[in-house]
Design a protein around this ligand. Structure first.
Ligand SMILES: NC(=O)c1ccc[n+]([C@@H]2O[C@H](COP(=O)([O-])OP(=O)(O)OC[C@H]3O[C@@H](n4cnc5c(N)ncnc54)[C@H](O)[C@@H]3O)[C@@H](O)[C@H]2O)c1
Length: 256
C-alpha cells in the first residue's frame, strides 16, 4: 500500500467494527488520524496510545456539533475526510417507527451533507485540495429485505458524493465512495458464527462464499486516500465479494 505520510485524516465512526481496523491501517501508513465518534474515550483507549491519533467524542447527528468541531480543527485543517459513521435499523418497513427512519436518514445522509459542507468551506477558505471518502454499501442499489431506509440513505449518499465531485473538481477536491459487502463485524459476524440459517443464507448471497474482513474495507479506503486513485472522482468502489450479483430469490424475500 502507498504511504500516507503527509495526510491529516478526519475519520468518523472510528470506534466501530470497521473504524478501528481502518484507523490502524491509516496510522501504519503514516497518516495522522483525527477520530470522531459518539462513543466514549474508553472505547478508543488502545488507539489513544498512538502519538498520531487524537479523538473527539461528538454526536454527528447534531449539526451544531459539526460546526464546533470544524472551528476547533480550523487552525490545522484535515486534508482528507473518511465519513464512516453510520447506523442501521433492520426490520420490515411497516414495523419500523418513524423515529427509527428519521435516525437512520439523519445520521447516514443529513449529517454527511452537513459534515461535507463544513469541511468543504474550510478547504475552499484555505485553498486545500481535499479528498472525501464516503462509505456507502452494496445495498445502495440492491433491494435487500428489511433495511429499506438504510438502503435509501446509502443511495442518497451516492448522489451527495457525485454532486460534490462534480461541483468541486474545479477546486482540485475529490470525492468518492466505497461500498463494502457483508463485513465480519458486529451483528453479521455474531449471526454467521451462531446461527446456521443465517450462515446458509448469507453464504448464498455472497458468491465468494465468506464474510468480508474489515481490513479489506480499510485497504479500499487507503487506496482512495492515496495518489494511486488521483484520477478518480465521483466513483463508487464496490468491494462486496459479488454480493450485489446475487439474484434475490422471491421465496426468500417473501419469507418473514
Ligand atoms: N458492517 C457491515 O457489514 C457494513 C457493510 C456495508 C457498509 N457498512 C457501513 O460501514 C460503516 C461502519 O459500519 P460498522 O459495521 O463499523 O458499524 P459500527 O456500528 O460498528 O460502527 C459505527 C460507528 O458509528 C458510531 N456512531 C453511531 N452514531 C453516531 C453519531 N450520532 N455520531 C457519531 N458517531 C456515531 C458508532 O458509535 C460506531 O462506533 C457504516 O456507515 C455502515 O453503514 C457496514
Amino acid at each position: 500500500m502507498q504511504p500516507l505520510d503527509e495526510q491529516r485524516i478526519l475519520l468518523t465512526g472510528v470506534a466501530g467494527g470497521i473504524g478501528k481496523p481502518v484507523t490502524n491501517l491509516l496510522l501504519k501508513l503514516g497518516a495522522q488520524v483525527i477520530g470522531v465518534d459518539i462513543a466514549n474515550h474508553d472505547s478508543v483507549r488502545d488507539l489513544l496510545k498512538h502519538p498520531k491519533f487524537t479523538y473527539y467524542q461528538i454526536d454527528l447527528a447534531e449539526a451544531e456539533n459539526i460546526e464546533k468541531l470544524m472551528e476547533i480543527l480550523a487552525k490545522s485543517a484535515p486534508d482528507s475526510l473518511v465519513a464512516l459513521a453510520g447506523i442501521v435499523v433492520s426490520g420490515e418497513l411497516v414495523l419500523q417507527s418513524s423515529s427509527d427512519v428519521e435516525r437512520v436518514i439523519n445520521l447516514n445522509l443529513t449529517s454527511q451533507i452537513n459534515l461535507s459542507k463544513s469541511i468543504l468551506s474550510l478547504w475552499l477558505e484555505k485553498n486545500i485540495k481535499g479528498n472525501i471518502v464516503f462509505v456507502s454499501s452494496w445495498v445502495d442499489h440492491v433491494p435487500w429485505p428489511g433495511i429499506t431506509p438504510y438502503a435509501a440513505s446509502k443511495a442518497g449518499l451516492v448522489a451527495v458524493c457525485r454532486g460534490i465531485a462534480r461541483e468541486y473538481a474545479r477546486d482540485g477536491i475529490r470525492a468518492n465512495l466505497i461500498s463494502p459487502g457483508i463485513v465480519d463485524v458486529g451483528m453479521a459476524a455474531k449471526q454467521w458464527r451462531e446461527e446456521p440459517d443465517y450462515k446458509a443464507r448469507a453464504s448464498r448471497a455472497i458468491p465468494l462464499g465468506r464474510l468480508q474482513q474489515p481490513e479489506e474495507v480499510a485497504e479500499g479506503i487507503a487506496f482512495l486516500l492515496s495518489s494511486q486513485s488521483q484520477y478518480m472522482t465521483g466513483s463508487n468502489l464496490l468491494i462486496d465479494g459479488g454480493a450485489s450479483l446475487y439474484p434475490l430469490d422471491p421465496e426468500e424475500v417473501d419469507k418473514r
